[in-house]
Design a protein. Structure first.
Length: 171
């Protein structure tokens, strides 16, 4: 029998503060109840880079149940961290506008960190656009390469170079 309180709230909660579903303790598994708090928990765990098995364990459900009820949240796995970071920055900016000194300092730190990341990105792009130097060869590899490419500054080298081009034309 479920007792109802003055505010018509169910009086039966588990240790984590979640409502105990109807039929708990009876035959069969009780249905998973989805609410905004659990959806938020899934998004936060995704933003922290957790795997589906870890998220399911945190909710006390199986992975198929997680995929069934939270497929929208799982679909935006790549953007979850950016959405969370955007929300945090927005709240931080609102506090800065209100004159919160601690928020001003924190926003300054985040902006400095973003500037450093941007400069690192710009440096990596510049490195990729520059032609890469050929790999340095060891002594034996260099000797082999020198033996295969004749020195055309000498008469013997010119003769060997002509011979290799003639062989290439025959093949």
């Amino acid at each position: 029998m479920r007792a109802r309180g003055f505010f018509c709230m169910p009086a039966v909660f588990d240790l984590f503060g979640d409502e105990v579903p109807e039929g708990w303790g009876k035959r069969g598994r009780p249905p998973h109840l989805v609410d905004d708090k659990k959806r938020c928990k899934v998004r936060l765990l995704l933003a922290m880079g957790r795997k589906e098995a870890e998220i399911a364990a945190a909710l006390g459900i199986t992975e198929p149940t997680l995929r069934k009820h939270y497929f929208r949240e799982l679909a935006c796995r790549q953007t979850a961290r950016f959405q969370l970071e955007g929300t945090v920055l927005l709240r931080l900016y609102e506090e800065v506008e209100a004159g919160n000194v601690a928020a001003i300092k924190e926003l300054g730190k985040k902006l400095d960190k973003a500037a450093i990341a941007d400069s690192d990105f710009a440096r990596r792009v510049a490195e990729q656009s520059q032609p890469k130097k050929p790999a340095k060869l060891g002594k034996k590899e260099q000797a082999l390469q020198d033996a295969r490419t004749p020195d055309t500054a000498t008469p013997l080298g010119r003769l060997m170079a002509m011979r290799t081009t003639d062989n290439d034309k025959l093949n």
